[in-house]
Design a protein around this ligand. Structure first.
Ligand code: GLN
Length: 194
């Protein structure tokens, strides 16, 4: 499968490594032409305002919206913000998913944290391995404060805070599965993109 990672800024190399480990052919996307022939795209973590400014400057906003209307996109952290319809402030967003997000919702960089979460939907192959909780890494992460329309909640923290949502082939996660050795989330996304 041919998969792109948006490579304007942020943690795209880590996603690329996991995808290649799963046998995908990976393209780093910096221009609209790079989207051609891809079945899916990952928008990595980083800084969503910078990402939005660069995507605007590179003429990528409309091509990315068009891509997301037909194919799979997964945004992690800053990428999840970028996919949202609303971030309660003025910044360029793709507005593809019926979610709103609150940036930096858990505090500053030093308040980054890791937590094991149950994600039963990762059990795509019926493997017993999938019964294990997923180790979720949050780095100056957003939370998803509203899920409506076509979107649905995928994962919540024990206190009910929404940290993952899905809308058809669109996925948003507050956390960073590319920073752990566990590739189940990437496999889930590739299944979705097929
Ligand atoms: N704090 C960043 C933002 O608001 C996201 C952080 C991340 O992607 N790890 O865009």
């Amino acid at each position: 499968m041919r998969v792109g990672v948006l490579a304007l800024q942020g943690a795209f190399i880590e996603h690329q490594a996991i995808l290649e480990g799963l046998g995908a052919q990976v393209t780093q996307v910096r221009l609209a032409a790079h989207l051609e022939g891809l079945q899916a795209l990952i928008i990595p973590g980083g800084e969503s305002t910078t990402m939005g400014k660069l995507a605007t400057a590179f003429g990528l906003m409309e091509p990315l919206r068009e891509f997301g209307r037909q194919r799979a996109i997964w945004g992690t952290c800053a990428g999840a913000i970028f996919l949202a319809r609303d971030a309660h402030r003025d910044q360029p967003l793709l507005e593809l998913m019926d979610i709103s997000v609150q940036r930096n919702a858990f505090g500053r960089q030093v308040d980054s944290f890791e937590v094991d979460l149950d994600m039963p939907y990762l059990n795509i192959n019926g493997a017993s391995e999938a019964a294990a909780p997923f180790h979720a890494v949050f780095i100056r992460a957003p939370l998803i404060d509203s899920v409506y329309g076509q979107a649905r909640v995928l994962t919540q923290l024990p206190n009910g805070t929404i940290v993952a949502a899905q809308q058809g082939r669109l996925l948003a996660t507050s956390f960073h599965p590319e920073l752990t050795a566990d590739s189940r989330f990437h496999r889930y996304f590739l299944e979705l993109a097929r």
